[in-house]
Design a protein. Sequence first.
Length: 93
Amino acid sequence: MGHISPRITSVGPDQSEVHLGDGVWVEKERWELLLGRDRDSLFCKELAKLVWGVPALRGPSVTGAPCRRYLKEGNAIEKPALSPHKLEARFAV
């Protein structure tokens, strides 16, 4: 993943956390493991799991829009949207 150059705004006072932006901090060790991913898709997937956690990603959608797959059937339900400030931090990386 040599072509990605993530912008990190700061490192915590004890050098153990990295600030991704918009008040979102992650453990420096886990961030460095994330940077070692060899594909962009894995980087994005692991970043989402790092920022939100797996349980929080099971229910919501990115925008909160209903699933298009079920719109024709009439049983599409809206899901809660992911937190906007964490989304901003994720896309800032």
